[in-house]
Ligand binder design. Structure first.
Ligand SMILES: *Cc1c(COP(=O)(O)O)cnc(C)c1O
Length: 381
């Protein structure tokens, strides 16, 4: 049902038919660990234990699959629990993965400090450069891990081109679609095999829940993920699934507003005397602008910029905003500001993933654009 419908119709209705018993328009929070069986093995609706399945989570998973254009969705306790499940389900000791050289810090740590100990190694490559990715692959490469746009530099990788390259070498393609959200970018349609999300960010959208998701199209991959979802057990609980599903209903309208506001702020920053460089894929000066225009509906709500007066000025600026809240994370309705070098990306210092010390990252919320503009103007001085 709802297959032929538009994005927001599916976001509001897929997996969320009115409750057959009561007519409740919103799927209830099924706070139960187990289910009465009508005789041994007599399951009503297929549920036996809530790690294996829970109706609130099923509603979320059905909706996630629908809005990402996949056949199956899986909801996890966090984005990293989803990522770890992908590694265990689809890789084995001796396998090699290409990851972005500016991957999300937690993803880098998972590969560098966890997967490596279990015999899966990686090469970090700039995904903006297809030749560099090809050079990073070897006979053991089983997976290419894509993030686009990246955090915090908003680099853009060409999903279609990299998927072709990976598939020719027999490798699977994973796209971390957290920054774009399924409203702006649909990696499965561009050739990716798996999409992974931190639903903590835009999908949840209200900074009130931590969660993760995987969406796939292929049945064999889906079966492997389903088995490991249950076997490893990093599932989303019913309350978290409810909150995430509530967030999804407004994803389309929120994303449009995030984009509207970010476009205004990016233009303002690009013309400001204290700003050395603005990283926003919507600006024609951004090196990934054309690729972003080809594979994204709009350019998203994240902006990074470099302060002309250096690191201390960037740090001070983050403490001076009043509407922008100083904090980590992103994708919520409220605007956030942070200094990646000392906050989200502090652990990357000294590595290939180190970020410029004068960089400031904005998660542009859905407040009134004039208030956000005035706040940045006063903070920049
Ligand atoms: C936050 C984030 C993650 C990790 O998700 P959690 O929900 O924090 O575990 C992964 N990828 C990206 C791009 C993120 O921003």
């Amino acid at each position: 049902m709802h297959e032929g419908h538009g994005f927001s119709t599916r976001a509001i209705h897929a997996g969320q038919e009115p409750d057959p018993l009561t007519g409740a328009v919103v799927p209830p929070i099924y706070a139960t660990s187990t289910y009465k069986q009508d005789g041994v093995g007599g399951l009503r609706g297929g549920y036996e234990y809530s790690r294996s399945g829970n109706p609130t989570r099923t509603a979320l998973e059905t909706c996630l699959a629908s809005i990402e254009g996949g056949s199956r969705g899986f909801a996890f306790a966090s984005g990293l629990a989803a990522e770890d499940t992908i590694l265990r389900a689809l890789l084995a000791p001796g396998d090699h993965v290409v990851i972005p050289d500016d991957a999300y810090g937690g993803t880098f740590r998972l590969f560098d400090k966890v997967a490596k100990r279990w015999g899966v190694d990686y090469t970090a490559a700039p995904l903006t450069d297809t030749d560099a990715v090809a050079a990073a692959m070897n006979a053991r490469t089983k997976m290419v891990w894509i993030e686009t746009p990246t955090n915090p530099l908003l680099n853009i990788a060409d999903i279609e081109q990299l998927s072709d390259l990976a598939h020719r070498a027999g490798a699977l393609v994973v796209v971390d679609n957290t920054f774009a959200s399924p409203y702006l970018q649909q990696p499965l349609a561009l050739g990716a095999d798996l999409v992974v999300h931190s639903t903590t960010k835009y999908i949840g959208g209200h900074s009130d829940v931590v969660g993760g998701a995987i969406v796939v199209q292929d049945d064999t991959i889906a079966d492997a993920i389903a088995f490991h979802h249950n076997s490893m057990g990093g599932v989303a609980g019913p309350f978290d699934a409810f909150l995430t599903l509530r967030g999804i209903k407004t994803l389309g309208v929120r994303m449009d507003r995030h984009c509207d506001n970010a476009e205004v702020l990016a233009e303002f920053l690009a013309g400001h005397a204290k700003v050395a460089e603005v990283r926003y894929p919507g600006l024609s000066t951004h090196p990934g602008h054309d690729v972003a225009g080809k594979q994204m509906k709009r350019y998203g709500g994240m902006i990074s910029f470099r302060h002309k007066d250096g690191e201390q000025a960037a740090v001070d600026l983050c403490a001076r905003t009043e509407v922008f809240t100083l904090g980590e994370s992103l994708g919520g309705v409220e605007s956030l500001i942070e200094h990646p070098g000392r906050m989200t990306h502090a652990s990357a210092a000294g590595s290939a993933l180190e970020v410029p010390a004068d960089l400031v990252r904005l998660s542009v919320g859905i407040e009134d654009a004039d208030d956000l503009l005035a706040d940045l103007r006063q903070a920049l001085g």
